[in-house]
Design a protein around this ligand. Structure first.
Ligand code: PLP
Length: 231
């Protein structure tokens, strides 16, 4: 990111990202309307988020339940058409709160969470769109289910009455992401899952060329992030 990018306002950055998305979609022979932009607003306060809402952005993503609970009810009171996505790890004991707040959950990755989500969904009419996160680079530190465990996890979800809409991944840092996106797309295709959550600020155009239906973009919209507070 250059200094010029930082000097731009949120509206201009949003327009730039949308243009780049449309270009990538067109190059791939896709309908630009087939990919949704999730503005990742983790660590940003309402003052940073409001200008993007004013510029027309309606889908936002957070990675922590508690942070989202602090920030979003007030913003949503003024903008009831906002869609909120959880893109970070979810602890089973927060499943109920997550179902109450989020319209989509991107990091379903283990049987215990499937169980907790099924229990939470039984108590409400809310039906967030669910993605299984796959540890696509088979990295020890990274969240997501192992590629080999995906079929079993999908069976568990089915048995628990959960509809899984698609797959999500975060490719390994510093490696060419396209082969990982292509692999996730293949896995989704093999299992008949229509949605693909993949691509961040540095690689969302590549992800769109590989079939992303949801890109998760933070810094390209908001500017550089401060280091996350320890918790
Ligand atoms: C922070 C985050 C993003 C956005 O990252 P940027 O590089 O700022 O675009 C996307 N997905 C997940 C899961 C994240 O935690």
């Amino acid at each position: 990111m250059t200094t010029g990018d930082i000097l731009q306002g949120p509206g201009e950055r949003l327009a730039m990202v949308r243009e780049a998305m449309a270009r990538a979609g067109k190059l791939a022979g896709r309908d630009p309307a087939d990919c949704e932009l999730i503005a990742i607003s983790k660590t940003r306060d309402a003052g940073a988020i409001q200008p993007l809402i004013d510029a027309g952005q309606r889908i936002f993503g957070e990675n922590r339940v508690q942070e989202a609970q602090r920030k979003w009810p007030a913003l949503q009171a003024d903008n009831p058409d906002i869609e909120l996505h959880l893109v970070g790890q979810l602890q089973s004991n927060k499943a109920e709160e997550a179902v109450a707040l989020f319209d989509a959950i991107h990091a379903v990755d283990r049987p215990s969470l499937i169980k907790a989500l099924a229990k939470a969904l039984a108590k409400t009419d809310r039906r967030p769109v669910l993605f299984i996160q796959v540890n696509i680079g088979e990295e020890e530190q990274k969240g997501g289910c192992a590629i080999a465990d995906l079929p079993v996890l999908l069976e568990r979800a089915d048995a628990a009455g959960l509809e899984i809409a698609g797959l999500m991944c975060i490719p390994p840092n510093g490696l060419e992401p396209a082969p990982y996106f292509a692999l996730l797309a293949k896995l989704a295709g093999d299992h008949g899952l229509p949605r693909l959550s993949m691509g961040m600020s540095s690689d969302y155009e590549t992800a769109i060329k590989c079939g992303a239906t949801h890109v998760r973009v933070g810094t390209a919209l908001f500017g550089p992030r401060e280091p996350a507070p320890l918790s």
